[in-house]
Write a new protein. Structure first.
Length: 249
């Protein structure tokens, strides 16, 4: 992750003009720091976090060690909360370190190329939203395992739903009278709008970015929708974890 964070920062050179007279747009730098969620639709860091995020619940249940865990911490709810708390701490910590390394890599790359530095103060807010996004992702991973009762299915769901499922769902909602705007409020559509501030782009770039995101929600509203959706999904995951039968795993 460290190596990829540094290498990703170097890609800021792709956003420079040939004369390198103008500094790259803060929006472009913010996208690089967040591991290009604009092109991937979800941050690339999420795919690495899937391995760690889905493990604590899945391994405990499949190995049969869950009952020992529940007895040790005096309850299933406590066990799930502890696993989620550790995941959030690791997710946000990794994202913060990645953002810092990516920003440092960008700054050094621009300096070595003789290009102007961007307005770094305008990048702090997008970087903070990226850290929050990763914290939410760390909650979604164990919740998906608890609800779907399969690590493999959960990973496939978390990969395919943001990339394809919501696109299809949003398109289908557009054919339902009165629900044509509901696609903007789908969780990961809102999550993409949370990570990428469309208002920071101008002209033709704005319409292109808007099409990639798939949501017209303003950034603060999108952030609230994604965080609340994550909270609801995490609550459902805890409910399933506390009630599932260990013998059926």
């Amino acid at each position: 992750m460290t190596v990829l964070s540094v290498l990703t920062g170097i890609t800021i050179l792709l956003d420079l003009d040939k004369q390198r007279s103008a500094a790259p747009a803060p929006a472009a730098v913010a996208d690089v720091i967040a591991w290009t969620p604009l092109s991937l639709q979800v941050p690339a860091l999420c795919f690495f976090m899937l391995v760690l995020g889905t493990g604590p619940v899945a391994t405990d249940l499949v190995s049969g060690a869950a009952r020992t865990t529940w007895l040790t911490v005096n309850g299933r709810g406590s066990a799930y909360a502890a696993k989620s708390a550790v995941g959030v701490a690791f997710g946000t910590g990794t994202a913060a370190a990645s953002a810092l390394l990516g920003a440092l890599s960008c700054a050094v790359t621009l300096a070595a190329a003789g290009a102007s530095q961007p307005a770094w103060d305008e990048i702090a807010a997008p970087a903070a939203r990226f850290v929050v996004w990763m914290g939410c992702w760390a909650l979604l991973c164990p919740a998906a395992v608890a609800l779907l009762r399969s690590r493999t299915v959960s990973v496939l769901f978390l990969v395919l739903w943001p990339l394809l499922g919501e696109r299809i769902a949003g398109a289908l909602l557009g054919y339902v009278p009165g629900l044509d705007g509901m696609g903007d409020w789908l969780p990961f559509a809102a999550g993409r709008a949370m990570l990428t501030d469309v208002s920071a782009y101008a002209g033709e770039d704005r319409s292109f970015v808007q099409a990639l995101i798939g949501s017209h929600l303003p950034t603060p509203t999108a952030a609230a929708v994604f965080v609340l959706s994550t909270a609801a999904f995490a609550a459902a995951g805890m409910w399933a974890y506390c009630r599932r039968d260990l013998k059926k795993t």
